[in-house]
Design a protein around this ligand. Structure first.
Ligand code: PMP
Ligand code: GLN
Length: 383
């Protein structure tokens, strides 16, 4: 019998996040795998969602997002990045950054185009590139520091390079880029005339006095980039699936052409609640880094008696732990075994590579309450 469907994504299965969270649930493990907070969002934000639903804000919002939320977003960008964006022509509210990244790729990648991705690469990019008929060109980050090897990037640029996928703070590594990185990228993008898709969902989670470097603040990149953000990360509401994309008008027009037929809009009462919150507490994101750094440090100091090794993560809410002193087992097998036997779930890093390097590293999410982090660390110390 012939197959019913010739799969367009033959190499894709269920995401590692779904699988590891499922396994954690089955075995009652502490879930440090999938990236989401186990604590509540700000009380007034959750309260506002209920109020808006009760007040009748339950029908479609405008396709690009509620004007009041887009204005609040533009004010946030002015306040936190000192960049002026036009809320009408440059801000699109979307049902999660995953959707806007998909829409941006779909909007600009033509069949046969090449899109540069840096390994380990966030899992949603390549399927979107393939569905658009493009080809992902994988360039590994430098092992250990997970910084960008610009010589390898340069060597991989070709006449069909159309788009560059940037992600800082980085998932899964937690590395962050510098202004110098943006300068190199800006020069390359101009010279070779490609666009940039910048995933900045962890923009407010950067530690030890570092600053987030955004394509929005780089004059050369600002004019040729889609920048993607997620309220899920900033306001601890990953389940609300709401984010936004900032791009110059010409790119925003193309993004919206796709967005209006993928999702059409983001959820209305959620948009109202977010607008209320941003208007009332515009400085809220500024306090996030200190709180997450505290959680990172709590987790790492509790691990000090263990046989893991690490570099404290520079950004995101993920910490990589090297287990090469403990085991030679592959990270995929080990993360499953430890979920079952130890009751601590993590994410193997090798799955984000085209060609995994010889490293023994697992990713742990520290967006968890103190008692969960301490209990997980205790179990990891006992290995
Ligand atoms: N990019 C990265 C790097 C992420 O980690 C995530 C989600 N965890 C997303 C995009 C997607 O964000 P959203 O939930 O808003 O779709
Ligand atoms: N981005 C989250 C993570 O890295 C998970 C989101 C998802 O499950 N798609 O864990």
């Amino acid at each position: 019998m012939s197959a019913l469907i010739n799969s367009k994504l033959p190499r894709v299965g269920t995401t590692i996040f779904t699988r590891m969270s499922g396994l954690a649930q089955t075995h009652g493990a502490l879930n440090l795998s999938q990236g989401f907070p186990d604590f509540s969002p700000p009380h007034r934000l959750a309260e506002a969602l209920g109020e808006h639903a009760m007040r009748g804000h339950n029908q479609y919002a405008p396709m690009a997002g509620l004007p009041r939320l887009r204005e609040a977003i533009a004010q946030q960008i002015k306040l936190h990045r000192n960049v002026a964006v036009n809320f009408d022509t440059e801000v699109t509210v979307v049902p999660g950054a995953t959707e806007s990244i998909f829409c941006a790729i779909t909007a600009v990648v033509q069949p046969g185009d090449e899109v540069m991705v840096l390994d380990p690469v966030y899992d949603s990019y390549e399927p979107a590139i393939e569905l658009a008929g493009g080809r992902a060109v994988h360039v590994p980050l430098v092992p250990g520091s997970f910084s960008i090897d610009w010589d390898r990037v340069k060597a991989s640029i070709g006449p069909r390079t159309r788009l560059f996928m940037l992600n800082s703070p980085h998932n899964p590594c937690g590395s962050v880029i510098s202004e110098a990185d943006l300068d190199v990228l800006g020069d390359l993008a101009e010279e070779h005339d490609f666009l940039v898709c910048s995933d900045e969902v962890y923009e407010h989670l950067v530690y030890d006095g570092r600053k987030h470097c955004s394509v929005l603040t780089h004059p050369g990149l600002r004019t040729r980039s889609f920048a993607h953000f997620s309220f899920g990360k900033t306001l601890s509401v990953t389940g609300w699936k709401t984010g936004y994309c900032i791009a110059p008008p010409e790119l925003t027009t193309e993004l919206r052409k796709v967005h209006q037929y993928v999702a059409f809009v983001a959820v209305t009462p959620v948009q109202h609640a977010l607008a209320d919150f941003l208007e009332a507490e515009p400085m809220y994101p500024s306090n996030l880094a200190a709180e997450y750094q505290r959680r990172r440090d709590l987790f790492l100091s509790a691990l000090s008696g263990s046989r893991f090794s690490w570099t404290p993560t520079a950004g995101s809410y993920f910490q990589l732990l090297d287990y090469s002193q403990i085991s030679d087992e592959a990270d995929t097998a080990l993360s499953e075994r430890w979920t079952q036997e130890l009751g601590v779930a993590s994410i193997p890093v090798s799955v984000f590579y085209e060609t995994p390097p010889d490293q023994r590293v697992l990713r742990f999410c520290f967006a968890k309450s103190d008692d969960v982090l301490l209990e997980a660390a205790e179990r990891l110390c006992a290995i």
